[in-house]
Ligand binder design. Structure first.
Ligand code: ADP
Ligand code: MG
Length: 710
C-alpha cells in the first residue's frame, strides 16, 4: 500500500487559531462564535456561497443590460448632496479607470461619504444605466462595494470570491484573507488521510486541493456545481465526512452483533389469538403481513431491531400489541415508550380493558405520578408484577429496573434521541426492539441515522376511512372556518384547534392558546364548551381535559402541538390549524391524522398567514392536495433538508458540515459500503493502514464515543 508523504498526526490540526496570521486574541474570541477554534475548524469553515467577480470590466466596455457588472476604479471625487424636494441624502462617487469614468450613487447612507477617500481603489458591482440627468455618463445605483487594500493579496476581485458567514466584528472579507494566508502557509502540508486504495478507486482529488478549491475555486470551476456544493472538491470533502461518520456506525454494529445474544421467543401465542377475537375489527392484510415479519424476527436468537413505518392512522399500535402479547406469553415483560404523557395515557386507557380481559397486568409510569405511586410502580416493575409498562421518558430513569424486559416498543421514535433509545435497550438483557414511526425516510438515510435496522411498512389503511377534506384559508377568512366548525358541533361532532405557541413571545405575536380559548368561549362559541390543553399544564389537568374531550363534554379542544402525535378520538372530525405556515409538512400531516379516524367525513382547515412568502403557500398546497404520508415526507425532506427534518443533533451523530445526506445520497451509498468493509478488516483501527484515518476519526467522534458503546 502506498503511503502519503505526511502523516495526519504530524499536521497541526488541533492548533488553536490564535497564532495564525491576522488572527490574535480578539479575533480568536470572535471566531468562537462561529464555532471555529482550531486550524482544522478553520480549514473546514467553508464559504456558504460564492460571488463571481471574475468578469471584471473596463468602464468603457460597460453595457446597459440587466446583468450585474463589476468594475474597479480609483476614487476621483466624493460628494454628499441633498435633494431639494424630499431632502434625500445622496453620496456620489466618481470612479475612474484608464478607459473612463463611472458614477456610483447611494441614497440615504450619508456615512459612506466619509468611508470613501479620494485615491482609494474601489470595487463596485451592480446594474449600469445611462445618467438620469446627464445622458453622457454611466451610472450605477446602490452597488455592492468593497474598498481595495493595495497592500493585501488581490483575492477579493477578478476571481470567484468566497463569501463566509460573518459575526459582529468579523467580516467575510477579513475571514477570506485569514483563510487565504492560512492556506498559503499550510496548503502543501495537508495530509491525505483517506486510504489511498479508496482515493484511487473513486478518483478522489487530494484533500489539500479539495480544501483549497472549496475556499478559492479556480477560474474554470462550474458555477452551478459550485453553488449546489457539488464540485469535485466538495464531493471529496463530503466523502471524507460521510466515511468517518459511517466508520463510527460500523464500529458500533460490530460491537452489537459480536456481543449480543438475544431472546428466542416462541411465537405461537394463545394471548394473540384471544386478542384477535376481542378486537372490534379485523387486521388488514398489511397489518397481518407485518405481524408475520415481526414474529419471524422474534423467534431468532439475536435481538430484533426493527422499524415499523406506517402512515398516521394505519394502525401500528395494534401490531405492536401482538408483539407485546407474545413477549408476555413467553414470560417476559414488555415496555411501550411514548414521547408525551398524553399519548402514554391514551395507550394505557385504550389497552386497559383488553388487558383486564386477557388477565395481563398493565402499568402506567409517567413523570406526573406522586411519590408514593411512583415507588409502588417501581416496585411492581422490579418484582415482575407488571407485564406491560407504558410510559414516557420516565421509563428510562436510572431508578427503574425491570425484572426481565424482553421487548421494548418505542412509539413515534423520531421524537427520541439516540441515547434515549439506547437507554431503554439497556433496561433489559438484549431485548427485542420495535420502533414505530409515521415519518418514513429513504432507506440509506435511515440506516445512517438509526443504525442497523430492519424495516416493516404498513402500506394500506384500515377500510372505511374517508380521506380528510383539507382546505387552506387565509387569516382574513377565519370566520368561514368558525362557521364550518359550528356546523360540525351542531351535528354532534367535535373539533381541535392547534396553535403553535403557549405564550406570545415578544417578537412573534402568535395568538396565545390561552387567550384564544378564552376569547372563543366568550364570543363565537358561547353555546359550546371550549377546553384548553398545553404542554405546561399539570399532568392531572391534562388528564381531566383529555377525558372530558373523549367523553364528548368538550366540543372544541384548543391545543398547542402536544396533540401532534398519536391521540385518538374518533368523534372529532374537524382539525383547525392556526399559523399553519409555521409547521413542517410532516408535522401538519401528523396533526391532520388526528381526525378522519371514525369513518365519518372529516375536515382539516389550515389557516395561513403569509404576507409575502410564496414558498409557504406552496407548502400548504402540498398538504391540501395529497394524503400520502410518504410523498409528504419526501417533499418535506427536499424542502428542509435532513438536518432540520430529523435534527442530526437529536440523532446523536457528529455534525455534518459539508455533506448533505439527501443531496449526497450516492456518496452516502459508497462511503457507507467502504467504511463497513474497512471496519470488517480492522475493527478497532489498529492496522498500519488505518493510522492516518484513525486520528481524524477520533477528532470527529470526540465526545460522542459514549454513543458507540451500547
Ligand atoms: P397509528 O398507526 O397512527 O399509530 P393507531 O394505531 O393509533 O394508528 O390506529 C388508528 C385507529 O385505527 C385506532 O382507532 C385503531 O383502533 C384503528 N384501527 C387499527 N387497525 C384497524 C383495522 N384493521 N381496522 C379498523 N380500524 C383499525
Ligand atoms: Mg400511533
Amino acid at each position: 500500500m502506498k503511503t502519503t508523504s505526511h502523516s495526519d498526526k504530524a499536521f497541526p490540526w488541533d492548533t488553536p487559531i490564535q497564532y495564525l496570521k491576522k488572527v490574535g486574541p480578539q479575533r480568536t474570541f470572535l471566531f468562537r462564535a462561529l464555532n471555529v477554534e482550531t486550524l482544522e475548524d478553520l480549514l473546514y469553515f467553508l464559504p456558504f456561497r460564492y460571488e463571481d467577480r471574475s468578469a471584471l470590466k473596463k468602464i468603457a466596455n460597460l453595457t446597459i443590460t440587466d446583468t450585474i457588472e463589476t468594475v474597479v476604479g480609483e476614487i476621483q471625487n466624493v460628494t454628499l448632496a441633498q435633494t431639494a424636494r424630499r431632502g434625500m441624502k445622496i453620496v456620489e462617487v466618481a470612479l475612474a479607470d484608464e478607459t473612463g469614468v463611472l458614477h456610483a450613487k447611494w441614497f440615504n447612507q450619508p456615512y459612506l461619504a466619509t468611508s470613501f477617500k479620494k485615491g482609494d481603489h474601489l470595487m463596485v458591482s451592480g446594474k449600469v444605466r445611462i445618467g438620469l440627468f446627464n445622458r453622457n455618463q454611466f451610472e450605477i445605483e446602490s452597488p455592492q462595494y468593497e474598498i481595495i487594500d493595495q497592500n493585501e493579496p488581490q483575492i477579493h476581485l477578478g476571481r470567484i470570491v468566497p463569501i463566509y458567514h460573518e459575526t459582529k466584528g468579523l467580516t467575510s472579507r477579513q475571514i477570506r484573507l485569514i483563510v487565504w494566508l492560512l492556506l498559503e502557509e499550510y496548503k502543501t502540508m495537508i495530509p491525505d488521510r483517506l486510504p489511498s486504495t479508496l482515493i484511487e478507486k473513486y478518483k478522489l482529488i487530494p484533500l489539500s486541493s479539495a480544501i483549497s478549491e472549496c475556499h478559492f475555486p479556480s477560474k474554470e470551476t462550474s458555477r452551478s456545481l459550485l453553488h449546489s456544493g457539488q464540485t469535485l472538491a466538495h464531493q471529496r470533502l463530503a466523502f471524507d465526512e460521510i466515511f468517518l461518520l459511517e466508520m463510527g456506525l460500523a464500529i458500533r454494529r460490530k460491537k452489537v452483533t459480536v456481543k449480543e445474544k438475544g431472546i428466542s421467543f416462541q411465537t405461537d401465542s394463545a394471548l394473540v389469538r384471544k386478542m384477535k377475537t376481542l378486537l372490534p375489527f379485523q387486521l388488514t392484510s398489511a397489518q397481518e403481513s407485518v405481524c408475520i415479519e415481526i414474529e419471524k424476527d422474534m423467534t431468532l436468537a439475536h435481538p430484533m431491531y426493527r422499524l415499523l413505518q406506517g402512515d398516521v392512522g394505519s394502525g401500528k399500535t395494534v401490531v405492536a400489541l401482538m408483539a407485546i402479547l407474545i413477549a408476555i406469553e413467553n414470560g417476559y415483560q414488555a415496555a411501550l415508550m411514548a414521547p408525551t404523557e398524553i399519548l402514554a395515557q391514551q395507550h394505557f386507557l385504550s389497552l386497559l380493558p383488553y388487558f383486564q380481559t386477557l388477565g395481563c397486568r398493565l402499568l402506567l409510569l409517567t413523570a406526573g405520578l406522586k411519590k408514593k405511586e411512583k415507588e409502588e410502580a417501581i416496585q411492581k416493575i422490579e418484582s415482575g408484577n407488571a407485564d406491560l409498562v407504558i410510559g414516557t421518558h420516565a421509563l428510562i430513569q436510572d431508578e427503574i429496573g425491570f425484572a426481565n424486559l424482553g421487548l421494548a416498543v418505542i412509539d413515534e421514535q423520531h421524537k427520541f434521541g439516540v441515547l434515549q433509545r439506547a437507554k431503554i435497550i439497556q433496561k433489559g438483557c438484549h431485548p427485542d426492539i420495535l420502533m414505530m414511526t409515521a415519518t418514513p425516510i429513504p432507506r440509506t438515510l435511515a440506516l445512517t441515522l438509526y443504525g442497523d435496522l430492519h424495516f416493516s411498512t404498513i402500506r394500506e389503511m384500515p377500510k372505511g376511512r374517508t380521506p380528510v377534506v383539507t382546505r387552506v384559508f387565509s387569516a382574513k377568512h377565519r370566520d368561514q372556518v368558525y362557521g364550518l366548525m359550528e356546523k360540525a358541533f351542531l351535528a354532534g361532532r367535535q373539533a381541535y384547534l392547534v396553535c403553535p405557541l403557549v405564550e406570545a413571545s415578544e417578537k412573534m405575536d402568535l395568538k396565545a392558546a390561552t387567550q384564544l380559548a378564552q376569547q372563543l368561549q366568550e364570543t363565537i362559541f358561547q353555546n359550546y364548551r371550549v377546553g384548553l390543553l398545553h404542554g405546561r399544564m399539570k399532568q392531572s389537568e391534562k388528564e381531566q381535559i383529555m377525558e372530558a374531550f373523549k367523553n364528548g363534554d368538550i366540543h372544541l379542544l384548543v391545543a398547542t402541538t402536544v396533540i401532534e402525535v398519536g391521540i385518538d378520538v374518533p368523534n372529532a372530525t374537524v382539525m383547525v390549524v392556526e399559523h399553519a405556515e409555521r409547521f413542517g409538512l410532516s408535522q401538519l400531516h401528523q396533526i391532520r391524522g388526528r381526525v378522519g379516524r371514525g369513518g365519518k367525513q372529516s375536515y382539516c382547515f389550515l389557516i395561513g398567514e403569509y404576507p409575502q412568502s410564496n414558498e409557504a403557500k406552496a407548502r400548504l398546497a402540498v398538504i391540501e392536495s395529497t394524503h400520502d404520508g410518504f410523498k409528504i415526507a419526501e417533499e418535506d425532506l427536499a424542502l428542509r433538508g435532513p438536518g432540520e427534518f430529523f435534527g442530526t443533533k437529536q440523532a446523536g451523530l457528529p455534525e455534518l458540515k459539508i455533506a448533505n445526506l439527501l443531496r449526497d445520497s450516492e456518496i452516502l451509498e459508497v462511503a457507507r459500503k467502504e467504511a463497513f468493509l474497512w471496519i470488517e478488516n480492522d475493527h478497532d483501527l489498529h492496522l498500519p493502514e488505518s493510522s492516518l484515518i484513525r486520528a481524524a476519526f477520533e477528532r470527529k467522534w470526540k465526545g460522542k464515543l459514549e454513543w458507540l458503546t451500547y
